[in-house]
Write a protein that binds this ligand. Sequence first.
Ligand code: HEC
Length: 154
Amino acid sequence: MKNVLRVVGIGLALVFVVAQFFRSPRNTGVAEGPDSLVAREKVPAEVRAILRRSCYDCHSDNTVYPWYASVQPVAWWLHSHVSEGRAELNLSQFSAYDTKRAVRKLQAVADEVHERHMPRKSYLLLHRDAKPSDADVALVTNWAEELAEEIESR
Ligand code: HEC
């Protein structure tokens, strides 16, 4: 039994070492370029700061990677979250959304933030400063609802 455990342990250690040679793609573009939400629409400075602090890592073209993001299998896991998050909502490419989609996305932002589904819990465990305060939640929710209405009425 002891030998079996030793072999399994060495096997796992080897897998871990070999995994380090596989790099995951990195999301290192420009967060607030000409097609971004903040360049296209009215976003008050306070709201912009909250989006930057709490959302951009998974919903923009630029992720700030912590040191452990280079360690596999963490890198794969982070990459899958970032890809999934950006596929659902990319605040750097907001101009690509037509009116209907833009309105739906902003309403979703209001709902997700209001219900505290976003940012994700696993993210907040490691990014304590990204947790929105009650005032932040109210600010983002009201702003997103108002902007959705404004875009819809254009
Ligand atoms: C750790 C990564 C991460 C962070 C940080 C994060 N999200 Fe997300 N978000 C995701 C992922 C992954 C999905 C898609 C799966 C899901 O809905 O859970 C998603 C989905 C969403 C959706 C759903 C889009 C739709 O069309 O239904 C909205 C809206 C959203 N996020 C808004 C936000 C906002 C606003 C913030 C910041 C306050 C934020 N998210 C922070 C990862 C993240």
